[in-house]
Design a binder for this molecule. Sequence first.
Ligand code: NAP
Length: 353
Amino acid sequence: MPRILMEVINKLVTLKAHMDGSPQESDFVIKTETLSLSAVLESKDVLVKNIYVSIDPYQINRMKSLCSSQTASGSSYAAGIAPGQAIDTHGVGRVVVSGNPDFKKDDLVVGRIGWGEYSIVKEGANLDKLNPLGFPYSYHVGILGVSGFTAYAGFYEICQPKKGERVFVSAAAGSVGNIVGQYAKLFGCYVVGCAGSQEKVDLLKNKLGFDDAFNYKEETDLKAAVAKYFPDGVDIYFDNVGGEMLEAAVANMNQFGRVAVCGVIAEYTEKGKRAAPDMIDIVYKRITIRGFLAGDYMSQFPEFISATSDHLKTGRMHSIEDISQGLESIPSAFAGLFRGDNVGKKIVQIADE
Ligand code: NAP
């Protein structure tokens, strides 16, 4: 008689203690747990073997003992993560066993999985069958996943671009930033990005078609740097970093300029650091500063997939990915986001496709 496997052993990454300051690899620990397949089958849960998982800066705010983001949005995606608890994230995996009639063994799925070898996805949680549309599965974590959609919703909905406008993007070689710049170029804008190394600046200018780019770490006066790259002013600032770069962008904005505040990574690790843009500029130049969460625009996801996959197929857009191998690489992949280690979308591959 073959032995019926009723349990799987799962390794997962958890927090040792709440996060305070810049993340280090040593803030995490890999723990082992046993998952019961019979419990999954008796419920409407789905057990997923994780293949690609997303590594995102915003998770740090969930890992703090206290952060306004944990309650401000009302979204479970922003909820606090306690030490020892599983860490949920966007990713791609394959169904191992399902108590949910909508999924069957070996289905390829995308949705809310976790930083572990396996995830139990509860009934009603975000999980969909994935049609890869001929693209590598990892694209559905990056350019065709949440990062790409954030860029799409943020650029088209929040920035309200017009052809010929001058667009400034920070963390421009990162996951969201590089895609914003690509959309803005395709739309007919003049685009300048800033990033933290010469390698990233070269990528933006030589591969992604940005009109210009600069290494902000080499600039002593950010206001003067933005002024140098935008002699005619900035119409749109897509902000991924906050802090001094937001102040510099506002100082250089044109009348009726728009700032899309996607994230403020420069403020995530330093409690006291807050952007203080000149509010007189905001009033007299009639500048709009608007925060947004990509999840509010999900009705536009199908049009985003259609437009972006078309751009990818015709070579008008490029996917920039930075994939590390193995569950054990998750802590360094995450900490690396805050050191600028990643080029493009940071993903960890946990298992073979
Ligand atoms: P990412 O840009 O791929 O990675 C983070 C990058 O930020 C790093 O590579 C680094 O690049 C830069 N960085 C790190 N610390 C910095 C600092 N102190 N000052 C300036 N730059 C710093 O990450 P992402 O996933 O695309 O996220 C970008 C931003 O969007 C984050 O703020 C994130 O929280 C936000 N986000 C928002 C939404 C939403 O719905 N609103 C969704 C997804 C992401 P350099 O080498 O250039 O320094």
